[in-house]
Design a protein. Sequence first.
Length: 132
Amino acid sequence: MRHRMRKKHFDRTTNQRKALFRNLMSSLFIHERIETTVAKAKVLRSMAEKMVTLGKRGDLHAKRLALSYLPDRKAVARLFNEIAPRFADRNGGYLRIVKTRNRIKDQAPLAVIEFVDYEEKRKEKEEAKKEE
């Protein structure tokens, strides 16, 4: 019986599901904005926000916990050095999900998951490029 089984499985085994979300999370931390299906974005948001909270702690144990779950050193370094300090004064709600379109082939609803300050950072980068 499947009593109290509330987790989304995405028709994958546990190892496949872990690998999927590790890859999505590392892409999110590197690019700060990715497009995926709505269901995956909702699950990814809870995982990624916990990682940002670890990044806000910033101690050695938090880094080791982050590396144990996300073995991409580049993504973890970016999380701890760039992303987490931006949210030091914020108590959760670091990510937003914006529904965009349906995929043509299978009509799956797609969404963009991004950090809440993504637009501000993008505008700052554009202004810096114009000044150069």
